[in-house]
Design a protein around this ligand. Structure first.
Ligand SMILES: Cc1cc2nc3c(=O)[nH]c(=O)nc-3n(C[C@H](O)[C@H](O)[C@H](O)COP(=O)(O)OP(=O)(O)OC[C@H]3O[C@@H](n4cnc5c(N)ncnc54)[C@H](O)[C@@H]3O)c2cc1C
Length: 382
């Protein structure tokens, strides 16, 4: 067992770190303040191959693996969790296209997405359907050679800047979760509109919107995967996305630790550095230990994925542990900074706000616990 990155991985980490420090970090507070999608950074990342790290070169990707994507996500999240989340979302959409698209769809969408020339979104959730994804109400009815889609979606990341969306809709109401299919719907298709943009606590600059479908007609060829495969596509891609959410939490935790240590070493009270107080040291030691544990869980999940092994349980463990830890330790990072931490002059309040989402999306942490226990019980029942 080797607990070290390979030379190639270290080089990649260094390259992404430089990009994050030069292109992302200086703009992170401004992106948070203005809540504007960082299109310049996005396009530049596309040119450098940072969006499609783990896509084959044949489709314009960098040909690396999921571990490389995790390494990159951690580096970007240290600079801005919102930007890291934007890049991870692209990989989520690429994953769906690559695993379930036919050759024509792959050729049409993947290279352009990889270069950052077009943007996608993933539209599963609805106002009445979040954790229980099978309860979606959006319908797609076959009419001749076309499907007619009606319904609305909520919380769709990058919905307002996307050139297309992967929308999940009921094609056979009698088949329950096996009666849901996925479709690629492009911007400009009549009846497809973007609704309200949500005003969020954190992850500013990474927009989430409502999407509306009113008699949207798409040819049969717009189906992604086979009829009835929608939930399979969603769950498979969410497994993978959970590893990236864990990586995002790890990156945020690294940033929180770094800034907490720096502050504690410089701030004096009662005539001493606050880092000399054991109660401050206790917070720092717990932060550092949880960070290491979260990092190892995240790399393990990515490793299993790269080996083509089952990683559902491990992805949920990484996501659950890392995101609970990041919430706790970004809270403590503010505590270490005292009143200054509560204000925007320091980054830790942004880390705290950005951290919260990681416990909610790509399956809430309660859902991760359900997944983990289900997998563990299955294992013991054998
Ligand atoms: C910023 C943001 C971006 C998002 N991006 C996307 C996107 O791009 N595409 C997309 O499709 N969706 C997206 N989502 C939606 C996200 O996936 C859902 O918010 C999430 O799955 C939870 O669903 P919900 O909000 O409806 O909460 P609910 O499912 O209503 O859950 C409410 C509470 O009940 C708990 N709960 C639910 N079921 C159970 C259970 N069986 N046992 C125990 N507790 C349970 C939950 O853990 C939670 O605490 C995004 C959400 C946010 C906030």
């Amino acid at each position: 067992m080797i607990f070290e990155l390979t030379e190639e991985q270290k080089m990649m980490q260094q390259m992404v770190r430089s990009f994050a420090e030069e292109m992302v970090k200086p703009h992170a507070a401004e992106i948070d303040e203005t809540d504007e999608f960082p299109m310049d950074i996005f396009r530049e990342a596309g040119k450098l191959g940072l969006l499609a790290i783990n896509m084959p070169e044949k489709y314009g990707g960098s040909g690396a693996d999921s571990t490389a994507a995790v390494i990159a996500s951690i580096e970007i999240a240290k600079a801005s969790a919102a930007v890291a989340n934007i890049f991870s979302s692209v990989r989520h959409h690429l994953f769906c296209m690559y695993h379930y698209g036919n050759e024509e769809q792959k050729q049409k969408f993947i290279p352009a997405m990889a270069k950052g020339e077009i943007i996608g979104s993933f539209a599963l959730s609805e106002s009445g359907s979040g954790s229980d994804a099978s309860s979606i109400k959006t319908q797609a009815k076959l009419d001749g050679d076309e499907y007619v889609i009606n319904g609305s979606k909520m919380w769709i990341t990058m919905g307002n800047v996307a050139d297309f969306t992967i929308v999940f809709a009921v094609t056979d109401p009698d088949k329950g979760s096996k009666g849901i299919s996925a479709f690629i719907v492009e911007k400009g298709t009549p009846g497809f509109t973007v609704g309200k943009r949500e005003r969020k606590l954190g992850q500013k600059g990474n927009p989430v919107c409502e999407l509306m479908f009113e008699n949207v007609r798409v040819p049969k060829s717009c189906m992604l995967g086979e009829e009835g495969q929608g939930i399979k596509i969603a769950l498979h891609s969410l497994d993978s996305g959970r590893i990236e959410v864990a990586a995002l939490a790890v990156g945020l935790m690294q940033a929180a630790l770094e800034e907490s240590v720096n502050y504690a070493e410089n701030r004096k009270q009662f005539g001493q550095k606050i880092s000399s107080f054991q109660l401050i040291q206790a917070m720092i030691s717990e932060m550092a230990t949880d960070l290491d544990a979260a990092t190892l869980l995240t790399y393990r999940a990515a490793y299993l994925k790269d080996q083509g092994k089952k990683f559902t349980r491990e992805a949920s463990m990484a996501k659950w542990f890392a995101t609970e830890a990041v919430m706790k330790h970004t809270t403590n990072a503010i505590q270490i900074h005292g009143g200054y931490g509560y204000c925007k002059d320091y980054n830790v309040e942004r880390y705290f706000r950005d951290a919260k989402l990681t416990q909610i999306f790509e399956g809430t942490n309660q859902i991760q616990q359900i997944v983990i226990s289900r997998e563990v019980l299955k294992q013991w029942a054998k």
